[in-house]
Design a protein around this ligand. Structure first.
Ligand SMILES: Nc1ncnc2c1ncn2[C@@H]1O[C@H](COP(=O)(O)OP(=O)(O)OP(=O)(O)O)[C@@H](O)[C@H]1O
Ligand SMILES: [Mg+2]
Length: 224
């Protein structure tokens, strides 16, 4: 099993009371799975993904990727984990404004010592997300959907075993959304597990599993 989540809980305190943003979630994801997570705003989807990415610490429960426990990693180990094992497309915009599009895509490649400079691979990913002509542009010259595609290309630069994508097509048109979903499906068929949060129900047919998040509780929909 590539990703094994057991009884994962995140409690937050709001005012005087605490509540569970993620409530005893269990989920097993294999290599090649493409899992879509849907659910209302505020139901805990991003909190779940951020725990899997090692960005926030759970209150209780366990997460293992390739048999390695994510919450027990040190900061340094968590950085290496994020850089080598996972690709992460965050919900908000996260590109660096002083770097070109190409260099933004290359950033994760350059973090730890790797052969080459990643330019060719970055360019090939920009082609796959449909914006090779913007390689030398700066983020402020791009539209919201183009910026989103930069962060998708950046998430794939290090060939992750697990791609975590939080509403990756939220600001894309139908046609581009379908292209990106086909790309995710291809990647999953080549063995990368995909964990995607989406509000667009059209996109879930590209995956093989669908889960619904409701007030922190995750339920898998039976396959149809
Ligand atoms: N750092 C925090 N402190 C307190 N409450 C938080 C914190 N982060 C998130 N929350 C709350 O936890 C709940 C889940 O938030 P989360 O961002 O996971 O929702 P979501 O399902 O991703 O929503 P959306 O679809 O709007 O992105 C929300 O009620 C949110 O207000
Ligand atoms: Mg969210």
């Amino acid at each position: 099993m590539l990703l094994e989540i057991k009884d994962l809980t995140k409690e937050y305190i709001r005012g005087a009371a605490s509540f569970r943003a993620v409530d005893q979630v269990s989920l097993s994801v294999s290599q090649g799975d493409f899992v879509s997570i849907i659910g209302r705003s505020g139901s805990g989807k991003s909190t779940l993904l951020n725990m899997v990415a090692g960005l926030i610490t759970p209150t209780a429960g366990s997460i293992a990727v390739d048999g390695q426990s994510i919450p027990s990693l040190s900061d340094k180990e968590a950085s290496r984990y994020r850089n080598s094992k996972i690709g992460y497309v965050p919900q908000g915009h996260s590109v660096l404004s002083n770097l070109t599009v190409l260099d933004n895509v290359r950033v994760p490649f350059c973090f730890f010592k790797r052969k080459g400079d990643g330019s060719l691979r970055a360019l090939s990913l920009l082609e796959q997300v449909g914006i090779p002509h913007l390689a030398q542009a700066y983020p402020k010259q791009l539209s919201g959907g183009e910026l989103r595609r930069v962060s998708i290309a950046r998430a794939l630069i290090n060939d992750p075993v697990l791609l975590i994508a939080d509403e990756p097509t939220g600001d894309l048109d139908m046609h581009t959304t379908a292209d990106i979903m086909k790309l995710f499906r291809d990647i999953s068929q080549k063995g990368t597990a995909v964990l995607m949060v989406t509000h667009e129900l059209d996109t879930i047919s590209f995956g093989n599993r669908t889960c619904v998040m409701n007030s922190g509780v995750l339920t898998e929909r039976p396959a149809t």
